[in-house]
Design a protein around this ligand. Structure first.
Ligand code: ADP
Ligand code: NA
Length: 330
């Protein structure tokens, strides 16, 4: 169609997305689907590179897809699919594995970090070749732009190297993708520890706002958010990280400037800001929750949407894979 292709993946790694995912990923993708031929993939093959409970993995995979649709990924505008529904991902990954240097893969810092965490015997070979599977994900769709966080830069470099290497060894086959490192995106911090980022892997869930949590649970967490002993509602990341985080969330979700919100709350207490923010979060998440529940309550309809997307993805992916096999002599 001439519309540039973007690809992005998300792990099915929790029951509910959190506010950081919503602001840092989901709302960006919802915007981008208007201008790009967008592929959004729930990467369940990546998820099994670390141990998973099978029933929980299956459930989280569906819930992740449902939340993305509920939050605005439109199955008519984007191809939102499950990675394991498209066999070409694993097949291309194998071919790319044979082109990846052992030393090259060994230099991936994310593997070094993760394998240190799990220990070398508990770390699978799948975890080691994770970036190669990621390269396959991207290259199958002739992706031009990959919106990612800074932590993925090295993996996109590997993807580019593999595409260039394949093209020069076997003939022009792949588009060499460009990373779009999302710098402007607001970073959301933990409500209880507003100097570390909100993350599903935090020790406690007290500072984590989950999209699917009931309104009263979320309100309670916001009302208990750590602030400071002062009483001025003012954005100051160094001196007032807690209040600044609340103002950032408020601003991003309403589309209003931080200055306008500071102005509105002049002379009021932190409790007022928190109460207002709880309402804003509820207005944002309540329709997402309702729609997610609807989708999960009608498994046949969700399966139909995902199967339709998998068909579209399979068509493009198998065309690329055919060219790869021909080029390699398979
Ligand atoms: P987590 O840190 O909870 O494990 P992931 O690493 O799975 O989250 O991130 C999924 C997506 O959500 C990424 O695009 C990431 O940039 C975004 N994201 C995660 N946490 C935040 C946050 N606190 N603020 C902004 N964006 C975030
Ligand atoms: Na689109």
């Amino acid at each position: 169609t001439g519309t540039p292709v973007i690809f992005s993946g998300m792990q099915p790694s929790s029951d509910s997305l959190h506010l950081g995912n919503y602001i840092g990923a989901l709302s960006q993708w919802t915007r981008m689907q208007e201008d790009f031929d967008a592929y959004f993939c729930v990467v369940n093959l990546h998820a099994i590179t670390v141990p998973q409970d099978p029933a929980a993995l299956a459930e989280r995979t569906r819930r992740t897809a449902a939340q993305y649709i509920a939050a605005g990924i439109d199955p008519a505008k984007s191809t939102l699919f499950i990675q394991s529904h498209v066999p070409a991902h694993a097949e291309l990954a194998w071919v790319l594995n044979t082109l990846t240097g052992f030393g090259e893969a060994s230099r991936m810092t994310q593997f070094k970090d993760k394998s240190q965490r799990y220990g070398s015997d508990a770390s699978s070979v799948g975890l080691f070749t994770y970036p190669v599977l990621m390269a396959a994900d991207i290259l199958l769709y002739q992706t031009e732009v990959v919106p990612v966080g800074e932590d993925q830069r090295q993996h996109i470099e590997l993807t580019r190297d593999l595409a260039t290497r394949f093209n020069s060894r076997f003939g022009e086959t792949f588009v060499v993708p460009e990373p779009q490192i999302q710098k402007g995106t607001a970073k959301i911090y933990d409500l209880q520890d507003p100097t570390s980022k909100m993350s599903k892997s935090a020790d406690s869930e007290a500072g984590l706002i989950k999209v699917l949590d009931p309104a009263n649970a979320t309100k309670k967490k916001i009302m208990r958010a750590v602030t400071d002993t002062g009483d001025t509602i003012r954005f100051d990341r160094d001196e007032k990280p807690g209040v600044s985080n609340l103002l950032t969330i408020y601003s991003v979700l309403t589309g209003r400037t931080v200055e306008a919100i500071e102005e509105e709350y002049t002379g009021q207490l932190y409790g007022h800001l928190k109460k207002g923010l709880a309402e804003v979060v509820e207005e944002t998440f309540s329709p997402v929750r309702t729609r997610t529940e609807e989708l999960l309550a009608d498994p046949a309809e969700l399966d139909r949407l995902l199967a339709g997307a998998a068909d579209r993805a399979n068509e493009v992916a198998s065309t690329t894979l055919d060219r790869v096999y021909d080029a390699v002599g398979l």
